[in-house]
Design a protein around this ligand. Structure first.
Ligand code: IMP
Ligand code: MG
Length: 185
């Protein structure tokens, strides 16, 4: 049987696997440097599911520190290309975050509403500090966000790949891409 060239129709590659790997290495080094003295108090890298799962798994392997990981799931996009604007908590963290230094790993910042809500939620658990490490930022957020670590800026298009989905597909692409075939409403 003839092998297909790709499982998906891809309009364009925005960031290749090599570019992502190199940038995560840099960010991991930076976090290792910045959080070295915080290890005794406790560091938690928090993954916002499902989109940041791939990013977080690569990120933590580039941070050379004692740390713990946790997961949180929120929903706002559902099966569409447009945020509903309403963020629902689907799965909460399981670790005790009080007095811990929490680094939130997020896949992509669009309106910023998700991160704004998640940061507030984590602060309310008594974390000593909360910072954000985002893979991508569309730079259109008007929310009050302190994104300490950002891997890449990206165009205001509908992005997929490297964990990021459209209607639950495309997450397994090893690179960041966009789907322009279906327009945002
Ligand atoms: P925000 O709350 O509008 O910043 O959206 C953040 C969440 O929406 C991210 O965690 C993603 O899961 C999802 N999202 C935002 N932009 C895109 C996109 O271009 N493609 C796929 N998912 C997106
Ligand atoms: Mg999503």
């Amino acid at each position: 049987m003839e092998k297909p060239t790709s499982a998906y129709d891809i309009d364009k590659v925005i960031y290749s696997k090599d570019e992502i790997d190199a940038r995560i290495k840099e960010i991991g080094k930076q976090i290792t440097h910045d959080y070295f003295d915080k290890q005794d108090q406790g560091i938690v890298v928090l993954c916002i599911l499902k989109g940041a799962a791939v990013f977080m798994s690569d990120l933590i392997r580039n941070i050379d520190l004692r740390l713990q990981i946790d997961y949180l799931s929120v929903s706002s996009y559902g099966m569409t290309m447009k945020s509903s604007g309403e963020i629902t908590l689907r799965l909460d963290t399981s670790l005790d975050l009080s007095n811990k230094h929490v680094i939130i790993a997020e896949d992509i910042i669009d309106s910023g509403l998700t991160l704004e809500k998640v940061c507030k939620h984590i602060k309310s658990k008594g974390a000593a500090s909360v910072t954000v490490c985002a893979l991508l930022d569309k730079n259109i957020s008007t929310c009050d966000l302190d994104v300490k670590y950002k891997c890449f800026d990206c165009p205001d298009e509908f992005i997929v790949g490297y964990g990021i989905d459209y209607a639950e597909n495309y997450r397994n692409l090893p690179f960041v891409s966009s789907v322009v075939s279906e327009q945002k409403e």
